[in-house]
Design a protein around this ligand. Sequence first.
Ligand code: TXA
Ligand code: MG
Length: 319
Amino acid sequence: MSPEARIREAAEHLRSGGLVAFPTETVYGLGASALDDRAIARIFEAKERPRFNPLIVHVPDVEAAAAHVLLDERAHRLAAAFWPGPLTLVLPRRAGCRLSHLVSAGLDTVAIRVPAHPLALELLRASGLPLAAPSANRSGTISPTLAEHVHASLGDRVDRVLDGGPCAFGLESTVLDLSTPVATILRPGALGPEDLEAVLGTPVEVSAGHADGDAEASGAGLRSPGCLLRHYAPRTPVRLNADPGSLTAGEVLLGFGPVKGAALNLSPRGDLREAAANLFAALHALDTLGATGIAVSPVPAEGLGVAINDRLRRAATPP
Ligand code: TXA
Ligand code: MG
């Protein structure tokens, strides 16, 4: 296959909900359509992530970013200086934003960047999709900087790996939160605070711990990610492992599997990928009903069920 045909074929695979690993200037990413909940669920499944951490959305240029998020003046300045490049900006979702809620783990912000690698940019343009892409390795293992690393870590979980040779930086992008008045580095990376301050003309804060999904899974000396990420939690109390017969007055049931009387069902046929894809949207929807409680059917703690249960436990923990 010619390089162009390979890109076209990979873009088609992404449009039909598949996964494609591709090189960026930082590390290889495991990409999927950021508009497709099921495709995003496949990423978590392939990486065996024990948690649904929000993922970075990759776009080909700043105009494409503006379709999904609100860029303020700081964001425009930084984008002009560093995009394409290893800077990820956390920005508010635009009203009517079509990005998957799983991609932002239910938050009202999105982490977005324009990667500086010709193959990544060609893939983004050919697919016409925003691509969610965490590092293309199993959770808790070292990030891949060669196509061979991706094959070794993910094997047949990813059937398309675009080989772009070694990554120039070999270190993930810097994640900068611009959803707050003071710009704050959430994840140190390829660009340092001085680089950003030089463009912004104001001090940048660096948060003490950071919340990288893979490192967190390996327990690599991080503080609780919950301290930094304002995780979405429903206002309505959540009760886990609920039997359909146990519903109290005013409670609604979030079902899983063939249960009767559920207000919503994560997956009537008991499919964990489908359940993961529906999780955040279902919690949002049930939270708007004015119910006294959300009772949730048991979800088996295997495969993606581990991350689903982790998220449900957090949702059920009183503030
Ligand atoms: O260099 C990179 O950024 C690589 C390459 C493939 O582009 N991608 C990458 O993606 O590292 P990912 O999805 O693994 O990075 C997620 C990081 C985590 O530290 C996560 O906590 C943060 O971005 N993040 C994502 N969305 C966020 C949000 N809405 N608010 C705060 N942090 C967010
Ligand atoms: Mg990673």
